[in-house]
Design a protein around this ligand. Sequence first.
Ligand code: SF4
Length: 347
Amino acid sequence: MRWDNLSLTESGHGRAADAALFDADAVTTRTFDTPEFRGITFHEVRARSILNRVPGASRMPFEWTVNPYRGCTHACVYCFARKTHGYLDLDTGLGFDTQIVVKVNAPELLRRQLASPRWQGDHIAMGTNVDCYQRAEGRYRLMPGILTALRDRANPFSILTKGTLILRDLDLLTQAARVTDVGISVSVGFTDPELWRTVEPGTPAPERRLEVVRTLSEHGIGCGVLMAPVIPFLGDHPAQLRETVRAIAASGATSVTPLVLHLRPGAREWFMAWLARRHPHLVGRYERLYAEGAYAPKWYQRRITRQVHELAEEYGIGPTRAQTRRRIRPPETAAPAAPEGTQLSFL
Ligand code: SF4
């Protein structure tokens, strides 16, 4: 495994001269014989840095990110973060779902870096690469320390997640929201149970994620929904869009923002192999729809956006509104690809 290359994918700088973020001899590999973690290998590392600066050219709506994990047991077939596993010589398919890198010193490191006189107190985005509330967090409990450090410095932050585990940290989130800007977004691209089971097999069910939205809202923490991904020909039927927007509105979400599936290299191969197994009759249609590259054509994206916005209006829920200074929002779909490790995922 090439730990020395992790610095390239974290920073996106692509400079071979970057210092390694981890010492290869500091990696501890563990497995746990519980049903929840069967078949999963954890690589515990002590990171040298936890605050990642997003290169200015990436056009991301945030400048700083914190990612305590690499790889994601939520195992979404379409996850574009898969490619970043390849930089460690780890498999980007099943390996991404089952070989999880854990930065065990993330909380203490963040506390130290936030206290540095050079730190300006900028907004920090989490869940921008992989889910910080994936199942591993239930065991490693890195987020409470991270949230405590942010709360103590009144440092603004946002979280994008599919994980219901975030409710474990409700008290900390509430405390942080009293002293700084806190933006939470939950990702729910569809509510179809069959689609969920096959395409997002490791995630909590969509209705459980919407329960998170409801609970946060009841505790005074506004929560938006990133309706992502809208999956062409499988999750984009008008009735499916209507049901999804209806459920999102009923959850008390402050906003709904649609984002059509994109298929970058790494994600594309894994998704298309899944499609060929599960829905072979759609392979040709996908090849035509994504013939130009990672994104569906603009006409298709506009159509979905218009439909979702019309439904949102009908159900009385607004489009995205800025809740924090640099809240997570989807990238411009026409924007050039951001460096690996810094792109917004479909979390
Ligand atoms: S899309 Fe998000 S939740 Fe799904 S596997 Fe990727 S990082 Fe995890």
